[in-house]
Design a protein around this ligand. Sequence first.
Ligand code: ADP
Length: 184
Amino acid sequence: MSSSAENDALVFWFTGLSGSGKTTIATSVADHIRKMGKQAKIFDGDDVRNILHRHLGFTPEDITENNRLIAHICVQHQKKADCILVPVISPFEKTRKEARTIIGGRFVEVYVKASLDEVIRRDVKGLYEKAINGRIENFIGISGNVPYEEPRDPDIVLDTEKLTVKACASALMTYVQKDWKRRG
Ligand code: ADP
């Protein structure tokens, strides 16, 4: 089903609760890659939704559709970059599997792990407080109809309660460098 070829961009698909650290780590890895003179692209779930898929909301169906569209965007850009970074909550196992199928062999699922307690404590955007107080509907991890399903078999786990941002980025850079070395 996928057209992914060996020389296509590596796609790091970051899944994890809002506030777990996906964007922070993706941005740091992109900086490292660009400093090496290579091309990195970031497709942030929120940006893609706001710019391209404004009609999509946060129902399970809309989340699934948004994730699917992002996977197709990755495929369109795989020949135009060295690495694609996708920070997108992507709460459903089924949707992440579908993204893997769409993108193919260059897909790397990165579970950016932080507990619900921790992300509520961080509350980077002040959204958890609103969701807990019922002022935001369909908030992933808080509202009953949109649970966050922990990845069953991720390629990489980055526990952001135990590792620093630098250590997380460096683990991914080791992966990138091994991959590029292997491909020559
Ligand atoms: P997300 O993109 O998953 O919604 P953000 O990257 O926007 O999350 O926010 C994550 C927050 O957690 C930031 O304030 C960041 O400084 C903090 N943080 C603490 N430890 C880490 C870590 N190891 N990796 C990434 N972020 C971390």
